[in-house]
Design a protein around this ligand. Structure first.
Ligand code: BYC
Length: 471
């Protein structure tokens, strides 16, 4: 399966043979380019950025690196290769052939899932649009832009599905993706976390670690879909998502490393004196970004999610590797809830608890990064441990949204919350301090004082390579 780079819209879906679809997408393209120019990365139009572009969807098809102006990036439509005779793996249609066309009875639900997924992609580009002006290094600037162009491509992926499979209302939904904007009071993005600012690079690394990881879990669940084009699209998107989480994990790790270096060098916890970010502040950012990201999984018990599952539209993480009946009509799952002033676990229908199961798997995965960051701290001989806050902490969605809890998961009064939340979440002062560190460092190989250099460069290039050229 090859991608024709001569085409206006590079693709491996035989766009050339489908004139109607090609015309529809070519009509949408100028609006997308206008959106990128207006709400994409600030002042970046003339920069040459060392970007990776997919040249094939096969494993290892990522070898194409070169300096590119982002408006000329080859945004295209790539689906993972079809699996022969693929069957629906779960729900009421388990065992049937996967759908190649939208199943009429589930059209509205499927469109909603695709629109919700698609909406997050341009939202994140909008959230991150000012960061380039304060990059801690050229290496980091290039990574930010790589993430941004790939989020743009993920929007294309969802827009392709809407145009190819949903006719007129699909085209309208594709237009609407460019009309809603992150934080817009009149036309906000659909999911709450995508209306928050990403005001500084610590937030960016946290976002790519925690929020992009929600992307991984949601895409993996959609990759199980009985609607085969959605499944194949998401499979390919997941290969790009991995890099975004790498940027987050190594980014936070380098901030931790720099802090520990200064703590041991100066025998102090107060690294702010030396222009770095202290471990307490890093913990507060973790508390914020983790709690906002777990909200993205929806309610603990969700009839929407149960319906998506039974309809065969959205499965569980690695559905086919799970050893059960894949129907879940008689299965139970332990779900946390509030009883009095305690958090307890109770048996619930596994079918209505699929959101919660996914959130549990996500949390388990999040912990891996914390273990790595804690190793950096331990290796420096420092007695401090970063941790994920309890699931009840600072929630806006689900059973815990109505209570106040501390990071250990004890239910506390509003008065205690008002008194103590500044110990657990970034305060205005913390944010002002972190923002004060954000000054662009653009000399090849140089790093801002608050972050350690990366272990290695991109694609075998040295760390002091000119990853971005300003024109
Ligand atoms: N904000 O039944 P429930 C990514 C609504 S990130 C606002 O539990 P459901 C990326 C909900 O819509 C991945 N509203 O909901 C990362 C429902 O409304 P209705 C994005 C919310 O449907 C970084 C009501 O509350 N992909 O890719 O089971 C950079 C009841 O809730 C929220 C997806 O999300 C919220 N957080 O679950 C770039 C996958 N949560 O029906 C990209 C597609 C719930 O009462 N989306 N509500 O009007 C879904 O699968 C589901 O929509 C959700 C929600 C899992 C998000």
């Amino acid at each position: 399966m090859s991608i024709d780079y001569q085409e206006k819209i590079p693709n491996n879906v035989n766009l050339a043979d489908d004139r109607r679809l090609q015309r529809a997408l070519e009509k949408w393209q100028p609006g997308y380019q206008r959106w990128w120019a207006e709400l994409g990365p600030d002042e970046s139009q003339n920069m040459d950025v060392y970007l990776r572009t997919a040249i094939s969807v096969e494993p290892g098809g990522w070898a194409n690196y070169g300096h590119v102006k982002m408006p000329d990036y080859r945004w295209g439509i790539f689906l993972s290769p079809a699996e022969q005779d693929r069957k629906i793996a779960f729900g009421a249609h388990k065992g049937d052939a996967a759908w190649q066309e939208v199943p009429g009875e589930y059209r509205a639900e499927l469109r909603r899932l695709i629109v919700t997924q698609g909406d997050t992609e341009p939202a994140s580009v909008e959230q991150q649009r000012h960061l380039g002006l304060t990059c801690p290094s050229l290496y980091d600037l290039r990574n930010l832009f790589q993430v941004n162009v790939e989020e743009g491509r993920h929007l294309w992926a969802m827009v392709y599905l809407l145009h190819a499979h949903f006719g007129r209302d699909g085209r309208e939904e594709a237009e609407a993706m460019l009309e809603r904007h992150s934080g817009d009071p009149d036309k906000p993005r659909i999911l709450e976390a995508f209306n928050e600012d990403t005001p500084d690079w610590l937030s960016f690394f946290m976002f790519t670690y925690f929020t992009d990881r929600d992307g991984k879990y949601q895409l993996a669940s959609l990759a199980e879909s009985g609607f085969d084009p959605l499944s194949r699209t998401c499979r390919f998107m997941l290969t790009e998502e991995a890099h975004h989480m790498f940027v987050g994990e190594t980014g936070v790790g380098r901030v931790v490393q720099r802090c520990c270096q200064l703590m041991t060098e100066h025998k102090t916890d107060d690294v702010r004196k030396y222009g770095a970010i202290d471990l307490v502040t890093i913990q507060k950012y973790i508390n914020f970004h983790y709690s906002v990201s777990v909200d993205l999984f929806g309610q603990e018990l969700s009839t929407n999610a149960a319906n998506y599952y039974t309809m065969g539209l959205k499965g569980r993480f690695q559905e086919t590797r799970i050893d059960d009946d894949h129907l879940l009509n008689n299965s139970i799952y332990q779900v946390a809830e509030i009883k009095g002033d305690k958090v307890v676990f109770a048996d619930q229908s596994a079918l209505t608890a699929v959101n919660e199961r996914l959130r549990d798997e996500y949390t388990f995965d999040c912990q891996r990064g914390l273990d790595k960051w804690n190793k950096i701290i331990a290796a420096a001989g420092i007695d401090y441990k970063l941790s994920l806050p309890h699931r009840a902490f600072h929630r806006g969605i689900g059973s815990f949204s109505g209570v106040r809890a501390n990071p250990e998961g004890q239910i506390i009064s509003q008065a205690e919350w008002d008194k103590r939340h500044g110990e657990w979440l970034p305060t205005d002062e913390d944010r002002i301090y972190v923002t004060s560190l954000m000054k662009a460092v653009t000399e090849p190989g140089k790093m801002a004082a608050w972050i350690a250099p990366p272990g290695k460069g991109i694609n075998g290039q040295p760390v002091n390579f000119e990853y971005v050229r300003f024109n």
